[in-house]
Write a protein that binds this ligand. Sequence first.
Ligand code: JB2
Length: 213
Amino acid sequence: MNKPLLIIGAGGHASVLVDILRQQKREVIGIVSPEIDASKEIFQGICHYSNDDDVLNFATDSIMLVNGIGSLPKSNLRAKIYDKFIRLGYKFSQVIASDVKISDFSELSDGAQVIHGVIIQVGTIIGANTIVNTGAIIDHDCNIGMNNHIAPGVTLSGQVKTEENVHIGTGASVIQSVFIGKNSVIGAGCTIVKSVDENVVCYPARITKKVIK
Ligand code: JB2
């Protein structure tokens, strides 16, 4: 049964999720955020709760949460929110846009979010609280850890494995069978052709020297 949903956060990522959920006629009963951008039409008509503790007024089995906090490198707020409410006994709903292609032989964990245009191929596992953002392609037999952000337009070839809290920036490409260690950041536009240790930041190639006079 689809339970009523409370969205945590009221920024850009939350607006994307609420848009998907409204298209799917899911019941969004509230948005929990210190402030809400009243100019965002998508949030109009939804009840606003300004404190995370307001969630505690809802019984754990009466609602599901949606983690509307997005993800930027160096911020662990999304992971902290997920962890806090899981410990309190709440469950996070998956959000899966209707226009994605997801193999029946893949696996999405609790709270995973798959945004418009994504392709997830056979044998792939997506970890809990992970965002697979607009138009990303995740090929066969990948194993994506929890609290990852696979940003818009990323391409992961087959058998890529990531640990927890990995951020793969917009438009990056990762070739097959590469491993990416926990907390690492793959910068937007990078091409990754070998494995990356934990806690590493990879920058795309940059031309810094003026060669033409
Ligand atoms: O402790 C909090 C808290 N701190 C900030 N509790 C709750 N419930 N909400 C909190 N917020 C809210 O998160 C802010 O008030 C704001 O509404 C939201 C953050 O919004 P922002 O637009 O800054 O970022 P975002 O997280 O929605 O989106 C980021 O990640 C996405 C994946 C952006 O980088 C986007 O560009 C990106 N697409």
